[in-house]
Write a protein that binds this ligand. Structure first.
Ligand code: SF4
Ligand code: SF4
Ligand code: FES
Length: 233
């Protein structure tokens, strides 16, 4: 058993657990976006940054940092609130997240985080490149304008469905998720149409066709449920 402190509360963790796992088990909320139970952590979004007092106040992603003996973790402080708001502002500035015009308005983790963290303005210039919307798939659509590049779709398709349809193309702000090395999603020969990527997507980037905004509620927890029910090797 590993003993550490989170927000001055003594917490225990099992070997292999992350700071986020330990915090969740202790009932301490740390905001996340790219993390999803059942998918391997990638530390991509930096929403879950926490401060390690006894590492000179270093900021580390809670979802991708193993719990370690004696760590003194700060999960909530004015500094962290500011950092997390800035990360959110950068995401809102990078691509078009005008929520009122999004299919996932009201059912979006990015929107929920903005509300939770009190992000009421964007201090950076908006980029808003005009990106494609791929509605070639019979059941689903992909709007790159709403994508936050969290990679939850890529990992859901690979780790849970085993289809490996999605990948990232390009670099930096020009990165796009793409099916089968750039084919329209609807012509993909690997996609089984299972919808796991759509359920995993935290925003309106992946959506179900034929559903009204009020019906676009997703169940990302279904991935953990599927993994849990699978027989162990
Ligand atoms: S629908 Fe299923 S197989 Fe197709 S891209 Fe999404 S997760 Fe992969
Ligand atoms: S499409 Fe959705 S799940 Fe995939 S990277 Fe973009 S925001 Fe994340
Ligand atoms: S949730 Fe930890 S970096 Fe995204």
């Amino acid at each position: 058993m590993i003993s550490l402190r989170i927000d001055d509360t003594p917490v225990q963790a099992q070997p292999g657990q992350t700071i986020l796992d330990a915090a969740r088990e202790a009932g301490i909320r740390i905001p996340t976006l790219c993390h999803l139970e059942a998918l391997c952590p990638v530390g991509a979004c930096r929403l879950c940054l926490v401060e390690i007092r006894n590492w000179n106040g270093r900021l580390v992603p809670a979802c991708a940092t193993p719990a370690q003996e004696g760590l003194d973790v700060v999960a909530h402080s004015d500094r962290l609130a500011e950092v997390r708001r800035t990360v959110l502002e950068l995401l809102f500035a990078e691509r078009n997240h005008i929520c009122a015009f999004c299919v996932s308005n009201g059912h979006c983790e990015l929107q929920d985080l903005a509300t939770e963290l009190g992000m009421d303005h964007v201090s950076f210039p908006y980029r808003f490149p005009a990106l494609r919307v791929d509605v070639s798939h019979a059941k689903y659509g992909l709007d790159h304008n709403r994508c936050v590049l969290c990679g939850r779709c890529v990992r859901a398709c690979a780790d849970v469905e085993g289809a490996f349809t999605w990948g990232f193309a390009g670099r930096g702000v020009h990165t796009l998720v793409e099916a089968d090395l750039g084919e329209p999603w609807g012509t993909s020969r690997t996609c089984t149409g299972c919808g796991k990527c759509v359920q995993a997507c935290p925003t309106g980037a992946l959506f179900e066709k034929g559903k009204a905004t009020a019906e676009q509620e997703k169940r990302p927890e279904v991935l953990a449920e599927i993994t849990e029910r699978r027989p162990r090797a």
